[in-house]
Design a protein around this ligand. Structure first.
Ligand code: GUN
Length: 283
């Protein structure tokens, strides 16, 4: 069994980003990312803090906006429109989920697609679906880069994706399909997840249920990508895979932490760098 070490790959990619950021800065361009956090959800605060720290390590300027849980949709839209008009800002990220009184789709659609470094705007979603170059959401992009780094070619493989969110499952299915895989996407209404995982060469899971994927549910030699992130009562951070037993049957597996998580952060930085190049170098 080989551990898919996202932590060390992310460190290598960060070094490449630093070189490229320095190159841009010599040309007078500072990649700049606005990060919007609404409310004080502890998990969202933790993710945003990791994103800001990683950006700063790589020389990407960060503009954090911490906003009240009670902000109105109109006020939030105004803030986004102002950031969108600001020529200095290359990327705008709105941490999800948003409070229930705010319609996420209106917020995401207010960001112009050129600054949508999270890849959540319908324009970018559509282009990813069509297999055309676009900003891909960070977690699916991180998964694809991790697989590629370990020379795992998904073409012709059976892939089971557990979780059909707009952030992870659906865009990951598009990227995998574009790369030639055959995809099954399971979700909350799927009656027999094991039926799909048992046939899969690659299982990707990200639903927030510790221990959901057990050894008896996978093929011998399967490749396991654990996108789950769960904090147990004893404080341990675990994914959605029963790691001890599944890792004995898998050929490759991501650890949690240290697998997909660091790849997600570094993919956001790659998208921000790309946005800066596209907006500021071509003029
Ligand atoms: N919430 C959970 N994952 C993500 C992500 O990748 N981006 C944003 N903006 N919010 C999230």
């Amino acid at each position: 069994m080989v551990l898919l070490d996202g932590k060390s790959l992310a460190e290598t990619i960060e070094k490449q980003i630093i070189i490229q950021t320095n190159f841009l800065k010599e040309k007078g361009v500072t990649p700049t990312l606005a990060v919007i956090l609404v409310g004080e959800d502890p998990a969202s605060c933790a993710y945003v803090s990791m994103k800001i720290k990683a950006s700063e390590r790589c020389g990407i300027r960060c503009i954090p906006k911490k906003l009240s849980q009670n902000i109105t949709q109109k006020e939030l839209l105004q803030i986004i429109q102002d950031l969108d008009k600001d020529e200095q800002i290359d990327g705008i990220l709105v941490q999800l989920p948003l409070p229930k009184h705010i319609e996420t789709k209106f917020i995401l659609e207010a960001i112009s697609y050129q600054k949508d470094v999270d890849g959540f705007h319908p324009f970018n979603i559509g282009r990813i679906l069509a297999g055309v170059e676009a900003f891909a959401p960070a977690t699916p992009l991180g998964v694809m880069n991790l697989l590629q780094h370990y020379n795992i070619n998904v073409s012709g493989k059976n892939v089971a994706i557990i979780g059909a969110s707009n952030i992870v499952g659906k865009p990951l299915a598009s990227l995998m399909l574009n790369a030639g895989a055959t995809i099954s996407v399971c979700h909350i209404l799927t009656q027999d997840i094991a039926f799909f995982t048992k046939k899969a060469d690659i299982v990707c899971v990200g639903v927030g249920k510790p221990g959901l994927i057990r050894a008896d549910m996978i093929q011998e030699g399967a490749i396991i990508i654990d996108i789950g992130m769960n904090r147990l009562n004893d404080g341990r951070l675990v994914g959605d895979v029963a790691f001890e037993s599944v890792s004995q049957k898998a050929s490759f597996i991501t650890p949690v932490p240290g697998g997909v998580g660091p790849m997600t952060i570094v993919s956001l930085l790659q998208n921000t760098l790309l946005a800066a190049k596209q907006r500021k170098l071509k003029k």
